[in-house]
Design a protein. Sequence first.
Length: 300
Amino acid sequence: MSLTSDQRESYERDGYLVVPELFDSASVDRWRERLIEIVSGRAERSERMLVMKDVMVAKGAVAPKNELEAVAKVQDYEGDPVLDTYAHDDRILEVIQGLLGDEVMSIHTMLINKPPNVDGRHPLHQDLLYFPFRPAEKIGASWTALEPVTRENGCLVVVPGSHRGKLQPHGSPDWEYVNVAYLGAVEVADAIEQRVHLEMNTGDTVFFHPLLLHGSGRNRTKAFRRAISAHYANVAVTWEWAGGDYLKRPYRIVTGPRKGEIWNGQINTETPINPLDYLADSVDEMLRVGDANRRRATTP
Ligand SMILES: O=C(O)CCC(=O)C(=O)O
């Protein structure tokens, strides 16, 4: 699907674009099924895949009835033959190319599972916090609903136009249960008043800018709220994080003449960005809690 000029303008103005019915239910069914297979151990996990348990499960605050009720996210599904068909799907890539340019690489992939009975909220945050690449406008996300998402089951919430601001300080929200690395922008009192709830049907897809403030609410239903997502960057981005651990993971080019190759990264650390400068909380504290939860999350 090539973008219309109205769609481009709306993305540039608001920082996001919803494309209804980008996928039919058959495509979406296989990704949802694959999540179940992976979580229940019926499918092998790809090399870097991380299945994260929900914090309430990890802390014993709720007793899940099955494996799927225990999981908050599957990070880095790259290499999974079924889930990869999402990140490499032409319907996604054509829109991404329209927004970011012709040659793009995949920089992150995940499934988000919001089971019933857990808090599961995502505080308002900006994804750029997690990415070493700049400039921000050459990065973008796709997020596809794997079932109808509503205010009641914790749909995405966005703050239109917030992508025109800067990367903000983030910290752990003051909630009783917060999943590891679900950081929130600290100063959001005004922004939260302008939030818009994106209620979507199965297969509807939202594309968004990495500076867009977004999050999601609690699942107050007795059913699951699941989504599949991928992040992309134009190959012309440069790696700008401080520290020496450059290119510690392969970023695969997914469009254009170098499709299939691993990005061979331009590094620009003249004015290095230290992501820790954007963390409002004690890093030691966050890492300590994070490690403990990760250990629990990966223990079957
Ligand atoms: O799907 C959701 O609930 C929010 C996902 C999200 O914003 C994230 O994981 O960064």
